[in-house]
Design a protein around this ligand. Structure first.
Ligand code: AHG
Ligand code: MN
Ligand code: MN
Length: 319
Protein backbone atom coordinates (compact mmCIF):
# COMPACT_ATOMS: atom_id res chain seq x y z
CA UNK A 1 0.00 0.00 0.00
CA UNK A 2 2.98 2.36 -0.09
CA UNK A 3 1.95 4.22 -3.17
CA UNK A 4 5.06 6.24 -3.72
CA UNK A 5 7.56 3.38 -3.91
CA UNK A 6 7.67 3.21 -7.70
CA UNK A 7 7.91 6.99 -7.83
CA UNK A 8 10.76 6.94 -5.34
CA UNK A 9 12.60 4.33 -7.41
CA UNK A 10 12.28 6.51 -10.50
CA UNK A 11 13.53 9.53 -8.59
CA UNK A 12 16.38 8.25 -6.52
CA UNK A 13 19.05 8.52 -9.21
CA UNK A 14 18.04 12.09 -9.93
CA UNK A 15 17.39 13.97 -6.68
CA UNK A 16 18.69 14.03 -3.14
CA UNK A 17 17.26 11.49 -0.65
CA UNK A 18 15.44 14.14 1.40
CA UNK A 19 13.44 15.23 -1.65
CA UNK A 20 12.73 11.63 -2.64
CA UNK A 21 11.34 11.11 0.85
CA UNK A 22 9.11 14.17 0.69
CA UNK A 23 7.78 13.41 -2.81
CA UNK A 24 7.13 9.86 -1.67
CA UNK A 25 5.08 11.27 1.23
CA UNK A 26 3.17 13.52 -1.20
CA UNK A 27 2.48 10.51 -3.44
CA UNK A 28 1.26 8.51 -0.46
CA UNK A 29 -1.03 11.39 0.59
CA UNK A 30 -2.57 11.62 -2.87
CA UNK A 31 -3.07 7.86 -2.96
CA UNK A 32 -5.11 8.21 0.26
CA UNK A 33 -7.03 11.17 -1.13
CA UNK A 34 -7.78 9.18 -4.29
CA UNK A 35 -9.39 6.49 -2.15
CA UNK A 36 -11.54 9.17 -0.43
CA UNK A 37 -12.51 10.67 -3.79
CA UNK A 38 -13.53 7.33 -5.30
CA UNK A 39 -15.82 6.55 -2.35
CA UNK A 40 -17.06 10.10 -1.65
CA UNK A 41 -20.63 9.61 -2.93
CA UNK A 42 -20.92 6.47 -0.79
CA UNK A 43 -19.49 8.00 2.39
CA UNK A 44 -21.34 11.35 2.24
CA UNK A 45 -18.09 13.18 1.51
CA UNK A 46 -19.64 15.32 -1.24
CA UNK A 47 -21.09 18.80 -0.64
CA UNK A 48 -20.10 21.63 1.67
CA UNK A 49 -18.93 21.67 5.28
CA UNK A 50 -20.84 24.91 5.89
CA UNK A 51 -17.60 26.76 6.66
CA UNK A 52 -15.50 29.18 4.61
CA UNK A 53 -11.72 29.38 4.19
CA UNK A 54 -9.50 32.42 4.76
CA UNK A 55 -10.35 33.62 1.25
CA UNK A 56 -14.07 33.55 1.99
CA UNK A 57 -14.73 30.57 -0.28
CA UNK A 58 -17.08 27.73 0.66
CA UNK A 59 -15.20 24.68 1.92
CA UNK A 60 -16.24 21.34 0.46
CA UNK A 61 -16.05 18.26 2.68
CA UNK A 62 -13.34 16.86 0.40
CA UNK A 63 -11.30 20.09 0.75
CA UNK A 64 -11.21 19.61 4.52
CA UNK A 65 -10.56 15.87 4.40
CA UNK A 66 -7.78 16.14 1.80
CA UNK A 67 -6.15 18.98 3.72
CA UNK A 68 -6.00 16.79 6.83
CA UNK A 69 -4.43 13.95 4.82
CA UNK A 70 -1.67 16.31 3.66
CA UNK A 71 -1.10 17.64 7.18
CA UNK A 72 -0.74 14.10 8.59
CA UNK A 73 1.43 12.80 5.75
CA UNK A 74 3.92 15.62 5.64
CA UNK A 75 4.11 15.87 9.43
CA UNK A 76 5.02 12.17 9.52
CA UNK A 77 7.68 12.66 6.82
CA UNK A 78 9.66 14.89 9.19
CA UNK A 79 11.02 16.88 6.25
CA UNK A 80 8.68 19.87 6.11
CA UNK A 81 9.25 23.15 7.90
CA UNK A 82 6.07 24.95 6.83
CA UNK A 83 2.96 23.61 5.16
CA UNK A 84 1.06 26.33 3.30
CA UNK A 85 -2.40 25.23 2.17
CA UNK A 86 -5.40 26.87 0.57
CA UNK A 87 -7.36 25.51 3.52
CA UNK A 88 -5.08 26.90 6.29
CA UNK A 89 -5.18 30.57 7.28
CA UNK A 90 -1.48 30.65 8.21
CA UNK A 91 1.58 28.52 7.42
CA UNK A 92 1.57 25.41 9.63
CA UNK A 93 4.96 24.96 11.34
CA UNK A 94 5.79 21.28 11.31
CA UNK A 95 9.33 21.22 12.72
CA UNK A 96 11.27 19.83 9.75
CA UNK A 97 14.11 21.88 8.33
CA UNK A 98 14.52 20.68 4.73
CA UNK A 99 11.58 21.98 2.69
CA UNK A 100 8.39 24.00 2.70
CA UNK A 101 5.38 22.46 0.97
CA UNK A 102 2.57 24.46 -0.71
CA UNK A 103 -0.67 22.63 -1.54
CA UNK A 104 -4.10 23.08 -3.02
CA UNK A 105 -5.54 19.90 -1.46
CA UNK A 106 -8.49 19.75 -3.89
CA UNK A 107 -8.51 21.94 -6.98
CA UNK A 108 -11.86 22.35 -8.70
CA UNK A 109 -13.73 21.23 -5.61
CA UNK A 110 -17.13 22.30 -6.99
CA UNK A 111 -16.68 19.35 -9.38
CA UNK A 112 -16.96 16.96 -6.41
CA UNK A 113 -20.73 17.53 -6.45
CA UNK A 114 -21.09 16.47 -10.09
CA UNK A 115 -18.58 13.61 -10.43
CA UNK A 116 -16.17 15.77 -12.42
CA UNK A 117 -12.37 15.64 -12.43
CA UNK A 118 -10.53 17.24 -9.51
CA UNK A 119 -6.88 17.29 -8.45
CA UNK A 120 -4.34 18.00 -5.72
CA UNK A 121 -1.57 20.51 -6.55
CA UNK A 122 1.80 20.60 -4.74
CA UNK A 123 4.96 22.72 -4.79
CA UNK A 124 8.23 22.14 -2.92
CA UNK A 125 10.71 24.86 -1.97
CA UNK A 126 13.71 24.94 0.36
CA UNK A 127 12.63 25.70 3.92
CA UNK A 128 12.13 29.39 4.60
CA UNK A 129 12.03 31.39 7.83
CA UNK A 130 8.28 31.99 7.75
CA UNK A 131 6.78 30.11 4.78
CA UNK A 132 6.94 33.13 2.47
CA UNK A 133 9.60 32.54 -0.21
CA UNK A 134 12.16 35.24 -1.02
CA UNK A 135 13.70 36.04 -4.42
CA UNK A 136 16.20 33.15 -4.30
CA UNK A 137 13.77 30.54 -2.95
CA UNK A 138 12.96 28.81 -6.22
CA UNK A 139 10.74 25.75 -6.45
CA UNK A 140 12.61 22.47 -6.14
CA UNK A 141 9.71 20.35 -7.49
CA UNK A 142 6.05 20.68 -8.31
CA UNK A 143 3.08 19.02 -9.88
CA UNK A 144 -0.42 17.73 -9.44
CA UNK A 145 -2.35 14.49 -9.13
CA UNK A 146 -5.57 14.45 -11.14
CA UNK A 147 -8.42 12.19 -10.03
CA UNK A 148 -10.10 11.55 -13.37
CA UNK A 149 -11.01 8.37 -15.21
CA UNK A 150 -7.41 7.44 -14.31
CA UNK A 151 -5.44 8.95 -11.45
CA UNK A 152 -2.32 10.56 -12.89
CA UNK A 153 0.55 12.56 -11.43
CA UNK A 154 2.23 15.20 -13.58
CA UNK A 155 5.49 16.09 -11.88
CA UNK A 156 8.77 17.89 -12.39
CA UNK A 157 11.82 18.00 -10.16
CA UNK A 158 13.47 20.49 -12.49
CA UNK A 159 14.48 17.97 -15.14
CA UNK A 160 11.56 17.59 -17.53
CA UNK A 161 7.85 16.90 -17.24
CA UNK A 162 6.83 13.36 -16.37
CA UNK A 163 3.56 11.43 -16.00
CA UNK A 164 2.95 8.63 -13.49
CA UNK A 165 -0.39 6.77 -13.36
CA UNK A 166 -1.72 5.15 -10.18
CA UNK A 167 -2.22 1.43 -10.77
CA UNK A 168 -5.54 0.69 -9.00
CA UNK A 169 -4.42 -2.87 -8.20
CA UNK A 170 -0.90 -2.37 -6.85
CA UNK A 171 -1.75 1.15 -5.55
CA UNK A 172 1.60 2.33 -6.93
CA UNK A 173 2.38 5.22 -9.26
CA UNK A 174 3.86 3.81 -12.47
CA UNK A 175 5.94 5.95 -14.84
CA UNK A 176 3.94 6.13 -18.07
CA UNK A 177 5.51 9.03 -19.98
CA UNK A 178 8.89 10.68 -19.38
CA UNK A 179 10.04 13.96 -20.87
CA UNK A 180 6.63 15.13 -22.12
CA UNK A 181 6.69 18.15 -24.44
CA UNK A 182 3.75 20.51 -25.04
CA UNK A 183 2.89 21.20 -28.68
CA UNK A 184 4.14 24.68 -29.62
CA UNK A 185 0.50 25.67 -30.25
CA UNK A 186 -2.90 24.06 -29.87
CA UNK A 187 -6.47 24.35 -31.04
CA UNK A 188 -8.35 24.92 -27.77
CA UNK A 189 -8.52 27.51 -25.01
CA UNK A 190 -10.04 27.44 -21.53
CA UNK A 191 -11.58 30.48 -19.83
CA UNK A 192 -14.72 31.33 -17.86
CA UNK A 193 -16.35 33.32 -20.66
CA UNK A 194 -19.33 33.98 -18.36
CA UNK A 195 -17.19 36.79 -16.94
CA UNK A 196 -16.73 38.60 -20.26
CA UNK A 197 -18.93 41.50 -19.15
CA UNK A 198 -16.07 42.32 -16.75
CA UNK A 199 -13.20 41.83 -19.22
CA UNK A 200 -11.06 44.88 -20.09
CA UNK A 201 -10.66 45.64 -23.83
CA UNK A 202 -7.23 43.95 -24.10
CA UNK A 203 -8.54 40.64 -22.71
CA UNK A 204 -11.60 40.85 -24.95
CA UNK A 205 -9.36 41.50 -27.99
CA UNK A 206 -7.26 38.40 -27.26
CA UNK A 207 -10.32 36.12 -27.17
CA UNK A 208 -11.80 37.83 -30.25
CA UNK A 209 -8.59 36.86 -32.03
CA UNK A 210 -8.89 33.19 -30.95
CA UNK A 211 -12.59 33.15 -31.94
CA UNK A 212 -12.04 34.78 -35.37
CA UNK A 213 -13.42 33.17 -38.53
CA UNK A 214 -9.96 32.85 -40.07
CA UNK A 215 -9.11 29.30 -41.23
CA UNK A 216 -5.83 30.51 -42.75
CA UNK A 217 -4.66 31.23 -39.17
CA UNK A 218 -6.24 28.01 -37.80
CA UNK A 219 -9.11 29.91 -36.22
CA UNK A 220 -11.55 29.72 -34.57
CA UNK A 221 -10.16 27.82 -31.61
CA UNK A 222 -12.50 25.53 -29.64
CA UNK A 223 -13.45 26.31 -26.04
CA UNK A 224 -13.00 23.65 -23.34
CA UNK A 225 -13.73 24.65 -19.71
CA UNK A 226 -14.47 22.28 -16.84
CA UNK A 227 -14.32 24.39 -13.66
CA UNK A 228 -11.09 22.69 -12.60
CA UNK A 229 -7.89 24.46 -13.57
CA UNK A 230 -5.91 21.23 -13.41
CA UNK A 231 -8.37 19.24 -15.51
CA UNK A 232 -8.30 21.97 -18.13
CA UNK A 233 -4.52 22.28 -17.97
CA UNK A 234 -4.10 18.51 -18.28
CA UNK A 235 -5.64 18.65 -21.76
CA UNK A 236 -3.39 21.57 -22.64
CA UNK A 237 -0.18 19.92 -21.40
CA UNK A 238 -0.99 16.94 -23.65
CA UNK A 239 -2.60 18.63 -26.67
CA UNK A 240 -1.48 22.27 -26.53
CA UNK A 241 -3.52 25.46 -26.22
CA UNK A 242 -4.01 27.93 -23.38
CA UNK A 243 -5.77 28.16 -19.99
CA UNK A 244 -6.62 31.69 -18.87
CA UNK A 245 -7.92 33.27 -15.68
CA UNK A 246 -7.37 36.96 -16.45
CA UNK A 247 -7.70 39.97 -14.21
CA UNK A 248 -11.04 41.68 -14.80
CA UNK A 249 -13.15 44.54 -13.45
CA UNK A 250 -14.45 42.40 -10.57
CA UNK A 251 -11.26 40.44 -9.85
CA UNK A 252 -8.35 42.85 -10.09
CA UNK A 253 -5.74 40.14 -9.49
CA UNK A 254 -7.65 37.30 -11.10
CA UNK A 255 -8.74 34.38 -8.93
CA UNK A 256 -5.96 31.83 -8.84
CA UNK A 257 -3.36 31.71 -6.11
CA UNK A 258 0.33 32.25 -6.88
CA UNK A 259 2.10 29.87 -4.53
CA UNK A 260 0.01 26.70 -4.70
CA UNK A 261 -1.76 27.01 -8.06
CA UNK A 262 0.12 29.20 -10.57
CA UNK A 263 3.75 28.49 -9.56
CA UNK A 264 3.75 24.67 -9.60
CA UNK A 265 1.72 24.59 -12.82
CA UNK A 266 4.05 27.18 -14.38
CA UNK A 267 7.05 25.02 -13.49
CA UNK A 268 5.38 22.02 -15.15
CA UNK A 269 4.50 23.98 -18.28
CA UNK A 270 7.99 25.43 -18.66
CA UNK A 271 9.62 22.03 -18.08
CA UNK A 272 7.51 20.74 -20.98
CA UNK A 273 8.56 23.63 -23.26
CA UNK A 274 5.43 25.71 -22.60
CA UNK A 275 5.02 29.04 -20.80
CA UNK A 276 3.12 30.73 -17.98
CA UNK A 277 2.54 34.44 -17.56
CA UNK A 278 0.40 36.93 -15.64
CA UNK A 279 0.09 38.71 -18.98
CA UNK A 280 2.70 41.19 -17.80
CA UNK A 281 5.46 38.96 -16.42
CA UNK A 282 6.62 35.38 -16.22
CA UNK A 283 4.86 33.66 -13.33
CA UNK A 284 8.12 32.20 -12.03
CA UNK A 285 9.67 35.71 -11.80
CA UNK A 286 6.97 37.08 -9.48
CA UNK A 287 8.13 37.72 -5.92
CA UNK A 288 5.42 36.56 -3.47
CA UNK A 289 4.14 39.19 -1.05
CA UNK A 290 1.70 36.98 0.89
CA UNK A 291 0.93 33.28 1.07
CA UNK A 292 -2.58 33.45 -0.43
CA UNK A 293 -1.72 36.07 -3.06
CA UNK A 294 -3.75 35.89 -6.28
CA UNK A 295 -2.37 36.32 -9.78
CA UNK A 296 -3.82 36.50 -13.30
CA UNK A 297 -2.78 33.38 -15.23
CA UNK A 298 -2.18 32.58 -18.90
CA UNK A 299 -0.57 29.14 -19.20
CA UNK A 300 0.02 26.56 -21.90
CA UNK A 301 1.67 26.47 -25.30
CA UNK A 302 4.38 29.07 -25.90
CA UNK A 303 2.62 30.48 -29.01
CA UNK A 304 -0.69 31.31 -27.33
CA UNK A 305 0.92 32.60 -24.10
CA UNK A 306 3.10 34.98 -26.15
CA UNK A 307 0.01 36.14 -28.06
CA UNK A 308 -1.87 36.80 -24.80
CA UNK A 309 1.10 38.86 -23.53
CA UNK A 310 1.07 40.86 -26.78
CA UNK A 311 -2.56 41.85 -26.20
CA UNK A 312 -2.28 42.46 -22.43
CA UNK A 313 0.83 44.61 -22.94
CA UNK A 314 -0.84 46.47 -25.84
CA UNK A 315 1.71 45.41 -28.45
CA UNK A 316 -1.22 44.17 -30.52
CA UNK A 317 -4.63 45.73 -31.12
CA UNK A 318 -8.09 44.19 -31.65
CA UNK A 319 -8.23 42.05 -34.83
P1 AHG B 1 -10.42 25.61 -5.90
O1 AHG B 1 -11.44 24.52 -6.06
O2 AHG B 1 -9.10 25.09 -5.39
O3 AHG B 1 -10.92 26.79 -5.11
O4 AHG B 1 -10.03 26.16 -7.34
C1 AHG B 1 -11.04 26.51 -8.23
C2 AHG B 1 -10.41 27.35 -9.29
C3 AHG B 1 -9.90 26.59 -10.50
O5 AHG B 1 -9.65 25.25 -10.35
C4 AHG B 1 -10.93 26.82 -11.57
O6 AHG B 1 -10.38 26.85 -12.83
C5 AHG B 1 -11.51 28.12 -11.17
O7 AHG B 1 -11.41 28.22 -9.79
C6 AHG B 1 -12.93 28.23 -11.59
O8 AHG B 1 -13.38 29.49 -11.25
P2 AHG B 1 -14.71 30.07 -11.95
O9 AHG B 1 -15.84 29.32 -11.36
O10 AHG B 1 -14.68 31.53 -11.58
O11 AHG B 1 -14.56 29.85 -13.43
MN1 MN C 1 -7.61 25.49 -6.85
MN1 MN D 1 -8.80 23.99 -3.64
Amino acid sequence: MVSGTALAAALCDEVEPDLVGLLDAVAAATERIEALVRRAPLTHLVGLTGGTNVQGEDVHKLDAAANQVFVDAVRASGRVGHLVSEELDEPLRLGGDSFDLYVDPVDGSSNTDVNGSIASIFSVRRATRDGLPGPADRQRAGGYVIYGPATAMMITWGAGLHEFVLDPESRRFVLTRAGLRLPARGRTYAVNSGRQAYWPPDVRAFFDDLNADDPARDRPYSLRYSGSLTADLHRILLEGGIYCYPADDRAKDGKLRLLYEACPLALLAEQGGGAASSGRERILDILPRSIHQRVPLFIGSATEVALAEDYIQHRRAAP
